[in-house]
Design a protein around this ligand. Structure first.
Ligand code: GRF
Length: 195
């Protein structure tokens, strides 16, 4: 079982970090975890290097498919990578790319819904709960089936920042758990997943 974590070019890398820590702690049954970063200078890439994880600087728009084939990657985790992947990449890797979104999809998702905008949207909607969603990646933003959702309350006195912090804690539990679910469902440890 080989996993690639794709971070953003300016990503902070906290989800990447949670996944790597879970793997190193023996809580994700994978043989290899590699971080794919569009830029070597991003905080996420630096953090991954500091953790001793192998980092590959690749533009996912052009180089992801070749990398996945060359390295026999089973599962690709988008952790702060905000751009839409090309349709041919999504199609070639159907059910093998997952993303994390900081709200309960299908609400508060879609193009332009990232960062504080998501939490502002939740607060202005009057929703009493929020959370995070790990979902399969399709050709459209935030539309794939959910693999796992975790929920938290929205408090009367929440600001976008306080809500974001509560949701982020959930994200760090959800991503490793979603990966375990994926491996249980689709992967055979030690072998390349065939879906
Ligand atoms: C997270 O909020 C995630 O839900 C979204 O991008 C953010 C990435 O944060 N997709 P980090 O780089 O993992 O800290």
């Amino acid at each position: 079982m080989r996993i690639a974590i794709v971070v953003g070019s300016k990503g902070r890398g906290s989800n990447m970090s949670a996944i790597v820590d879970a793997w190193k702690g023996g809580n994700i049954p994978a043989d290899e975890v590699t971080v794919v970063a569009p830029s070597a200078e991003s905080p996420a890439a630096q953090l991954a290097s500091d953790k001793g994880v192998s980092v590959r600087v690749i533009d996912p728009q052009t180089g992801l498919l070749q990398f996945v084939e060359d390295e026999r990657i089973d599962l690709i985790c988008l952790a702060g990578y905000m751009k839409k992947l090309p349709a041919d990449v999504v199609s070639a890797l159907r059910n093998r790319i997952v993303n994390i979104h900081p709200a309960l999809l299908p609400k508060h998702g879609g193009q332009g819904m990232y960062g504080m905008r998501v939490h502002e949207s939740v607060l202005s909607s009057g929703d009493r709960e929020s959370g995070c969603t790990v979902h399969f990646v399709t050709e459209e933003y935030d539309e794939g089936d959910p693999l796992l959702q975790l929920r938290c309350e929205v408090r009367e006195d929440d600001t976008p920042e306080t809500l974001a912090a509560r949701v982020l804690e959930l994200e760090h539990q959800a991503f490793p758990e979603a990966i375990r679910i994926w491996i249980h469902r689709y992967g055979q440890p030690g072998r390349n997943a065939s879906l």
